[in-house]
Design a protein around this ligand. Structure first.
Ligand code: MG
Ligand code: MG
Length: 447
C-alpha cells in the first residue's frame, strides 16, 4: 500500500464509493479536489482536501478528480485524474502518487493524468443519463465539466446516450454523509476527547493578563501533540466585549479580571470535526449577573440536548432552547412579557440571534438537508448535531439592565442521535458552574 494514503482511508473510501454507485443507477458523478489557495505572494494556505472528495477517495493531493460511472463495464467504473510524477517538483513539494501507482493504491479502476481531463472526461460521461456535479463551487471546475457535457452531447448524433440532467450530489452523497458510520463516530469521539483536553487546558491556564491568543495556543498545542493535524475551523477566543462578537477571530485582547471568555474551538481527527464552546470567568469566579445569565444558557442548552432523539425534529431542538431563554429573559427583565408573545414576535432575537444547531461531521457545518418536503427534518440515529444556544447583551444596549451589558455567553456540545438517550460526545468538557470555578487558574501558563 502506498505510504501516503493510510489503508483505512482507502478502505472506507472504497465502501463509500460502492454505496454511492449503487444509489446512482444510470448516472455518472464527478468530484474535484480542493484547489490550492495562495495566502500571500508565494506562500500557500495549509492544504485541506475537499470533504466529498476525501470521503470518496481518501486522497489528499490537489489537482485531482474522481469519476464514478456505474453505467460502465465492471473494471472500468471509477477513474481518478491526478498529477503525474515530477521528480524535480517533488524535491520541493514532496512525493506525488502519480498515475501508475494510483489504481492499486486508491482502489480505483483507472488513472489518468490531470492534464488529460478535458479530453478524457467526455468519454466517461457518454452512456449516462444524468450527471452529479456540484455546480458553482469553483468556476474553473464548472468550465471543465460544462465543456465535457458539450463534447459528450456532440456524440448524440451517433445514437449515444449523454447526460441531460445535472444534479446536485447533495441528493445522494450528502444524505449518505449525514448518517455517520461507526468509523466516523469513532473519529468524532476522538475529536471530542481531544477538544476536552484542549478546553480544559485553556480553563486551567486562564487568568487576568493573559492574551486571548495565548489561551488559543495552549489549547491547540494539546491537540497537535495528541495527533489532531489541524483545528476544525479558526478558534474563537473572545473575552469581555469580544464574547458578543459571533465570529470573532482576531483573538488579540489581553484579558482582564471580571471578564468572561468565550472559547468556540474544535479540532479535526481523520477529517472529522469537533465543535465546542465554553464560556467561563477569566479569573475563576462568576459575578452575580454573569452567573444568572450563564445558568439560563446552560438550562436552555440542556433542554435542547434532551430533544436530540428520534421522534423530534431538528427545529424542535431550537424551539426548546428558545422557550427556556425567552422565559429567563423575561424573568431577568431583559424582555417584557408575555413569553408567548416574545417567542412569536421573535423578541428574543435581540439577545439570541443565531440558530441552535447545525449538522456536524467532516465539515464543521456539515452537509445534509435540514428540511424534507418543506418540514423540518426528523432526527434519526447516526445523525450528529451541535446544540449551542447563547445570549449576547451588547455593551451599547441602552434597554438592557446595566449589570448585564457587555456579557456574551454560548455553550456548545456535539451530540449523536441514537436509538435511546442523546449521546453527548463532548460531555466530559466542564460546563457546570462549580466545575468551571474549580478548574480555572489551576495551572501556570508555561512560556
Ligand atoms: Mg462552534
Ligand atoms: Mg457550531
Amino acid at each position: 500500500m502506498f505510504a501516503l494514503v493510510p489503508a483505512l482511508h482507502v478502505q472506507l473510501a472504497s465502501s463509500h464509493r460502492e454505496t454511492l454507485a449503487e444509489r446512482m443507477r444510470d448516472a455518472v458523478a464527478v468530484f474535484f479536489a480542493a484547489p490550492e489557495q495562495i495566502r500571500n505572494r508565494d506562500v500557500h494556505h495549509d492544504y485541506r482536501q475537499e470533504s466529498d472528495f476525501f470521503y470518496l477517495t481518501g486522497f489528499e493531493e490537489p489537482e485531482s478528480v474522481l469519476v464514478v460511472a456505474p453505467h460502465r463495464a465492471v473494471g472500468d467504473r471509477t477513474a481518478i485524474f491526478l498529477r503525474k510524477r515530477d521528480l524535480e517538483a517533488e524535491v520541493w513539494d514532496g512525493e506525488r502518487m502519480g498515475v501508475e501507482r494510483a489504481p492499486e493504491a486508491l482502489g480505483v479502476d483507472k488513472a489518468f493524468e490531470f492534464k488529460s481531463l478535458a479530453t478524457e472526461l467526455p468519454k466517461w460521461l457518454a452512456g449516462a443519463r444524468r450527471l452529479y456535479f456540484s455546480l458553482g463551487r469553483n468556476a474553473e471546475d464548472d468550465e471543465v465539466v460544462v465543456a465535457a457535457m458539450r463534447a459528450a452531447r456532440m456524440q448524440r448524433k451517433t445514437g449515444a446516450e449523454t447526460p441531460g440532467d445535472l444534479l446536485d450530489p447533495e441528493d445522494l452523497l450528502h444524505e449518505q454523509r449525514l448518517i455517520k458510520s461507526p468509523e466516523a463516530i469513532a473519529s468524532m469521539r476522538r475529536a471530542a476527547t481531544l477538544a476536552n483536553i484542549g478546553h480544559r487546558k485553556a480553563m486551567a491556564v486562564s487568568r487576568p493578563g493573559v492574551f486571548e491568543f495565548q489561551l488559543q495556543a495552549a489549547m491547540e498545542y494539546e491537540w497537535g501533540v495528541r495527533g489532531a493535524r489541524r483545528t476544525a475551523y479558526s478558534s474563537i477566543v473572545g473575552s469581555g466585549p469580544n464574547a458578543c462578537v459571533l465570529h470573532y477571530r482576531s483573538n488579540a485582547r489581553q484579558m482582564e479580571a471580571g471578564d468572561l471568555v468565550l472559547i468556540d474551538a474544535g479540532c479535526e481527527v481523520d477529517y472529522f470535526a469537533s465543535d465546542v464552546t465554553r464560556t467561563f470567568p477569566v479569573s475563576g469566579k462568576f459575578t452575580e449577573p454573569q452567573r444568572r445569565l450563564y445558568a439560563l444558557v446552560l438550562a436552555a442548552q440542556k433542554a435542547g440536548i434532551a430533544r436530540c432523539r428520534s421522534g423530534y425534529s431538528f427545529e424542535q431542538v431550537h424551539e426548546a432552547t428558545v422557550r427556556v431563554l425567552t422565559e429567563g429573559l423575561v424573568e431577568l427583565g431583559l424582555l417584557i412579557g408575555p413569553v408567548e408573545d416574545r417567542i412569536k414576535d421573535e423578541g428574543f432575537k435581540r439577545y439570541y440571534m443565531h440558530r441552535t444547531s447545525h449538522w456536524l461531521g467532516m465539515d464543521v457545518h456539515d452537509v445534509g438537508r435540514y428540511y424534507v418536503g418543506g418540514t423540518s427534518r426528523a432526527l434519526e440515529p447516526g445523525m450528529t448535531l451541535t446544540v449551542e444556544p447563547g445570549l449576547y447583551i451588547s455593551s451599547r444596549d441602552q434597554l438592557a439592565p446595566e449589570e448585564y451589558r457587555g456579557i456574551g455567553i454560548r455553550i456548545e456540545d456535539d451530540v449523536l442521535v441514537t436509538d435511546g438517550a442523546p449521546d453527548v460526545l463532548s460531555a466530559a468538557i466542564p460546563k457546570e458552574i462549580d466545575d468551571l470555578e474549580a478548574l480555572i487558574g489551576t495551572e501556570a501558563l508555561s512560556m
